[in-house]
Design a protein around this ligand. Structure first.
Ligand code: DC
Length: 223
């Protein structure tokens, strides 16, 4: 089995890197953040407060999640295009504190990781979901660099962007994700630390590829 687990704060480029690694090594890419985002979306749609654990637990009783071929399905609906907003980022971070929400995402993530070769990214993949993954990476970048990348992305997409506001949101979410009681974001002792602040995408992909080859002997398709 080849399971590559990547954790790190939001906006470090984990998804982009993980998708590229999946393509080069023939692995399935799994975005666990999309699962929390979907549960956040459903709570917002149905007027359930992420702070109301009982109501969220009731909501989850008739909620189905699935992640297939790079698409996130919430109750059978492909919600990929709806879950990338700031509002959903915070709703996902808020709702991810709840044990019933984590259990739901963990169940699907663990099932996927036990039935195929994966590259899976999130906040607790190396520590909780696949602690025995063949390759474990903790990816980070300074909040200022992440805010700058996001700011440029928005401008390039012709969307309004405010650097200070983006930085503030990044710092708030970092704090929440690493200070919650249950399975907070932290570096697993045996995970490789990778700071992407001064690296471009191809450089990060190269570094991750080298780690995979070193740990498992697997080589990317192109080489
Ligand atoms: O990776 P992302 O930005 O799409 O994740 C959205 C939120 O979901 C993040 O702020 C915290 C939560 N999350 C989590 O608690 N555990 C994971 N494995 C993945 C995401």
């Amino acid at each position: 089995m080849l399971r590559v687990a990547i954790d790190g704060p939001g906006g470090t480029g984990k998804s982009t890197i993980a998708k590229e690694i999946a393509a080069r090594f023939g692995l399935e890419y799994i975005d666990t953040g999309a699962m929390y985002r979907s549960m956040g979306l459903k709570a917002l749609r149905t007027g359930v407060s992420p702070a109301d654990e009982e109501a969220v637990s009731e909501m989850l009783k008739d909620t189905t999640l699935d992640f297939r071929d790079n698409h996130m399905y919430l109750d059978g609906e492909d919600v990929g295009g709806l879950i990338r907003t700031n509002e959903i980022s915070m709703a996902a971070s808020d709702i991810s504190k709840l044990p019933c929400v984590r259990a739901k995402a963990d169940e699907l993530s663990k099932y996927l990781a036990s039935t195929r070769d994966v590259v899976m990214e999130g906040r607790d993949i190396t520590t909780v979901v696949i602690p025995d993954a063949e390759v474990k990476i903790f990816m980070t970048a300074s909040p200022e660099i992440r805010a700058e990348r996001r700011y440029k992305q928005l401008l390039e997409a012709g969307k309004p962007a405010d650097y200070d506001q983006i930085l503030e949101e990044i710092q708030k979410r970092d704090y929440q994700d690493s200070h919650r009681e249950l399975n907070p974001l932290r570096q697993a002792e045996d995970a490789e630390f990778l700071d992407t602040s001064d690296l471009n995408m191809e450089e990060v992909v190269q570094k991750v590829s080298s780690i995979i080859t070193e740990k498992t002997g697997a080589v990317p398709a192109e080489s």
